[in-house]
Design a protein around this ligand. Structure first.
Ligand code: 26W
Length: 804
């Protein structure tokens, strides 16, 4: 019985200290009291990994033969892991007491911890919350993604503009939380396919002259909350094949230049995360990344289940593969390839297994985000896969024509390969997967009625909704301990694992003592935020917060125009009562997204003016928080009073920051879009500030209006005209945005603006005049945030999709 097994949560500080001392010498050949904060973090992480290794190994063997869920996502936005792993493994006091003994400082260690930002935004963070909930619900649920050497760029604001700097998070390839496994697979690119007849006269496809790449797996532990489940997030890294593999492939590796070029092309694959979360670029390297992940992941799964003696014809009883948006869609033809070409299943059996194993989630209706790859690119990069996609398409179209009797225009819209030879990934997912879900009720309705209506009419039974959630352990228990303590005092602690109990907080909405405490907690969090971020703002002002990727459909520009209108109003009416308000914005713009970068510039230029305009007497302050990421969100959200969720109705699939703000007692100022609709259903219209066009009106205008320009609004609302003229003065950035909005107000920014300003005054007035009413509404929001935990979301995925 090795010393580690004995060492678990029950371990004493003494025993844990010994493990740290051993690891300190092992890792850094230094005595434990000579380590800097990063080294202390590395030693701590390695020791905690050892603590989990027994459970990790046991779960890996999956002794109880649970059906395995593998969640494929091109992005995972993990955030820092130390505190989350300490919480889930219930070793907070063991670690805190030991650190104290050693004279270390936990905050410094957490500061030093590298933050894996290998994702863009909502989709990636949702995936991270999902694997936390799968482990907590004790599913055999795993993540599969790419081990990018550079995360999403670091954002610096220089002269009010966004500047991107590389995020070298992987300190020369090392990340303390992951463990290199022995798993290695060959992923084949290029080459050509020829057919030969095998011993029983079957035609078998042979891929030859291909480029082999080695895929190596690094696993990051994902422990469940207060249980002995330890799953993993598998991150795949590309590497150059060994000489003997190159030899086998008939590749002459003596040619130095060739080898140099080969090494460069291979290292490129995992070098960078594509920093774009809304516009599909169609770069071949991105397609390489997608196939690399899918082929490595599926090969490892087939290998695992074969080693377990599983009959692959029954694979769907043991395995569910979930496709997180279209980016990992190539798991479908890859599974077909292996089942047919390597495992000898016939087409029909392979298709039956693949359709039962795969399920798909759509996260956006934005046309420009839907992936449509040029056929020739697939044909040259992954020829065998392209062949299989063509055959999937041919058979499905045949079925639609002869069985469903669909007309050719409908079939043209549905087929994978369009009339220009482009491959529409979402169509393939809808054809193949046994389940297609949206991420909020409104979004799923739009998929059924609009975006994927053809597939809905063909196979309605596949469609279902799974409203997003958040991992409340990170976004409440860890990021807002003061609020959790208040809730413990009112409800006991069971709510922490059974969030439904939060609803009982409604029993205290008229208890002024409790409301006072809630106000105190928020005030404390605001002071802490101001201190931590060292900001020159008043913690007593209203914190109005919009934090998310910068995108024109999220309408940060409408927020800017609103601020300009209020500023002009207060300048013209200095007597007007206005409770000091701080407008906080944060978010990255995709490097090539000019309008989004203009918005950041204009916001910062406006901040310079308003923050230094003494006439305003500090009634308004603007702050742009640089380099927004998970850690910044954990600091800002508990300190927020107003949660800005203002997308054009129909455009935001769900949103998840809306849920984080709600759970931390901020009130939402927003439109009826995405999950805001369900948040409203739970809190009631009195406890949320709604405005703006609704989905039906927006879709009607898109369908019927020919002129979406902003001229009408500007010419009929002098205040908006004045604000637009002001915007125009902010250099080229402001001027470009001015003309963009005027010529084509596609996201109805000017249309919703006046109502938005009016609602803001309502918000300001209530906060100023009705502190208890405000606190009451905050408590009602916290109480009704219980449905928005990913523990509920994942339970539904299990029941309706994976274990069905
Ligand atoms: C091909 C480029 C690209 C990359 C990422 C296109 C689209 C994406 C993602 C789907 C964008 C994304 O993150 N969508 C967000 O997903 C969240 C989780 O479901 C939702 O809450 C957000 O509403 C949605 O915008």
């Amino acid at each position: 019985m090795n010393r580690l097994v004995m060492l678990n949560q029950k371990s004493s500080v003494e025993e844990f200290k010994k493990v740290l001392e051993v690891d300190s010498v092992k890792l850094f050949q230094k005595p434990i009291n000579k380590l800097n904060a990063l080294e202390q973090f590395d030693v701590l992480a390695n020791s905690i990994k050892e603590l989990m290794s027994h459970d990790w190994e046991r779960c890996n063997t999956n002794p109880s033969n649970k059906k395995e869920i593998h969640y494929f996502s091109i992005e995972f936005l993990l955030g820092k892991q130390l505190k989350s792993i300490m919480l889930n493994r219930q070793i907070e006091s063991l670690v805190k007491d030991t650190i104290e003994e050693l004279g270390w400082n936990l905050d410094d260690i957490v500061k030093a911890e590298p933050e894996p930002a290998i994702a863009n935004g909502g989709l990636g963070r949702l995936a991270a919350c999902f694997i936390d909930s799968m482990a907590t619900l004790q599913y055999a649920g795993y993540g599969q993604t790419i081990r990018y050497r550079h995360g999403l760029f670091k954002q610096h604001i220089v002269n009010n503009e966004q500047v991107e700097l590389p995020d070298r998070w992987l300190d020369n390839g090392y990340y303390a939380w992951d463990t290199k496994t022995k798993e290695e697979y060959i992923v084949k690119f290029r080459g050509s396919v020829r057919f030969e007849t095998d011993s029983n006269g079957e035609l078998v496809p042979i891929l030859e002259n291909y480029e082999p790449i080695i895929a190596k797996a690094y696993d990051i532990p994902v422990p469940g909350y207060n249980n002995s489940t330890v799953n993993y997030l598998r991150t795949w890294e590309a590497d150059v094949p060994s000489y003997d593999i190159l030899e086998e492939c008939g590749i002459n590796y003596c040619h130095e230049d060739n080898m140099k070029r080969r090494r460069f092309l291979i290292n490129q694959i995992c070098e960078y995360l594509y920093p774009d979360d809304s516009t599909y670029e169609g770069k071949e390297l991105r397609l390489k990344q997608e196939y690399f992940l899918c082929s490595a992941g599926v090969q490892s799964l087939i290998n695992k289940f074969k080693n377990r003696g599983i009959d692959l014809k029954e694979l769907d009883k043991y395995l569910a593969i979930h496709i997180n948006d279209t980016h990992p869609s190539l798991v479908i033809p890859e599974l077909m390839r292996i089942l047919m070409d390597e495992e000898g299943l016939g087409w029909n059996k392979a298709w039956e297994v693949t359709t039962k194993v795969c399920s798909y989630t759509n996260h956006t209706i934005m046309q420009e985000a839907l992936e449509v790859w040029p056929g020739h690119m697939l044909q040259s990069l992954i020829p065998r896969i392209y062949m299989i996609i063509q055959e999937i398409d041919r058979r499905y179209v045949d079925h639609l024509r002869h069985v469903k009797g669909f007309n050719s225009s409908k079939i043209d819209r549905m087929k994978i390969i369009d009339n220009y030879g482009n491959v529409r990934m979402a169509n393939m997912d809808c054809m193949c997967c046994h389940s297609i879900n949206g991420v909020a009720a409104l979004h799923t309705e739009i998929l059924k009625d609009e975006t994927l209506n053809d597939f809905y009419t063909a196979e309605p039974e596949k469609f279902n909704n799974k409203t997003n959630g958040i991992a409340h352990r990170r976004w409440l228990l860890l990021s807002n301990p003061e609020l959790c303590e208040l809730i413990d005092n009112l409800l006991g602690t069971e709510w922490r694992t059974d969030l439904k109990q939060l609803k009982q907080l409604e029993n205290f909405v008229n208890d002024e003592k409790v409301l006072e405490q809630l106000i105190k907690v928020k005030a404390e969090n605001k002071r802490n935020f101001v201190k931590e971020m060292n900001l020159d703002i008043s913690p007593d002002s209203i914190f109005d917060v919009q934090i998310k990727r910068i995108h024109m459909y999220k309408r940060q520009i409408m927020n800017v125009l609103r601020i300009i209108m209020i500023y002009n109003d207060l300048i013209e009416n200095p007597q007007k009562p206005f409770y000091p308000m701080t407008f906080i914005m944060a978010g990255k713009a995709a490097a090539g997204y000019r309008s989004a970068k203009n918005v950041i510039k204009v916001f910062n230029m406006l901040a310079d003016i308003i923050n230094n305009d003494s006439r305003i007497e500090g009634k308004m302050k603007l702050v742009f928080i640089e380099d927004y990421n998970v850690s910044k969100a954990e600091l800002i959200i508990p300190a927020a009073d107003v949660s800005e969720q203002i997308p054009t109705a129909s455009k935001e699939a769900s949103g998840t920051s809306n849920m984080k703000f709600m759970m931390n007692g901020a009130l939402t100022l927003g439109t009826l879009d995405g999950a805001n609709v369900e948040i409203t259903e739970y809190v009631g219209e009195d406890n949320i500030f709604l405005f703006g066009l609704q989905k039906d009106e927006v879709l009607k205008r898109y369908a019927t209006w020919t002129d979406l320009s902003g001229h009408y609004i500007v010419n009929n609302n002098p205040k908006i005209k004045q604000a637009m003229e002001h915007l125009k003065t902010f250099n080229s950035a402001g001027n470009e945005l001015y003309h963009e909005l005027l010529s084509n107000d596609y996201f109805f920014t000017l249309t919703d603006l006046q109502e938005y300003v009016d609602k803001t005054y309502e918000v300001n007035n209530m906060y100023a005049q009705e502190a208890f009413l405000w606190a009451k509404k905050c408590l009602i929001n916290i109480a009704n945030s219980f449905p928005f935990t990913t523990d509920r979301t994942i339970e539904q995925y299990g029941q309706d999709i994976w274990f069905k």
